[in-house]
Write a protein that binds this ligand. Structure first.
Ligand code: FEO
Length: 164
């Protein structure tokens, strides 16, 4: 059994992950509008990954015999200047999510809730990858600058995720 406070934090994280899925789906729609189908496909897959993260937490709360309490999902931002702006937000968002995960990990330790601590290690590792991927793409976009041909090829590279 997990404590009420940990349950509340995990439920909040379920909401954060669903929000991430929503945000990335909105970004995918933005890329569709911009005719960047590779970026759009990449973001749609990322949205699906976030849904899986939410469900992983959801299943854990149920398994711990605690109460799942789904919260309202906020509407994400839906306007960006360009690709760079989107990935600035993506990287910033992932850093924020890492912060939330770390808070729960930290609290689980103070409570000596080793089961939750152990469960969350998957998220800790995942966040390292999520941040590093977002930063890698952000850096590539910066490198390309205003070069339309560069953006065209990066869009093709992004489409590769959908094929793997
Ligand atoms: Fe579920 Fe991208 O963190």
């Amino acid at each position: 059994m997990i404590t009420e406070k940990i349950t509340k934090m995990l439920n909040k994280q379920v909401n954060q992950e669903f929000y991430s899925a929503y945000l990335y789906l909105q970004m995918s729609a933005f890329f569709e509008e911009e005719k960047l189908s590779g970026f759009a496909a990449w973001m749609k897959i990322q949205s699906g990954e976030e849904y899986k993260h939410a469900m992983k937490l959801y299943e854990y709360v149920l398994q711990a015999n605690a109460k799942v309490e789904l919260q309202k999902i906020d509407a994400p931002k839906n306007k960006w200047k360009d690709v760079l702006d989107v990935f600035h937000d993506t990287y910033k968002h992932e850093k924020q999510i890492t912060g939330y995960i770390n808070e729960i990990v930290d609290f689980a330790l103070t409570e000596k809730d080793f089961a939750t601590f152990s469960f969350l290690q998957w998220f800790v590792t995942e966040q390292v990858e999520e941040e590093s991927t977002a930063l890698l793409i952000l850096d590539k976009i910066k490198l390309i600058g205003d070069n339309k041909t560069g953006l065209f090829f990066l869009d093709r590279e992004m489409a590769g995720r959908a094929r793997t």
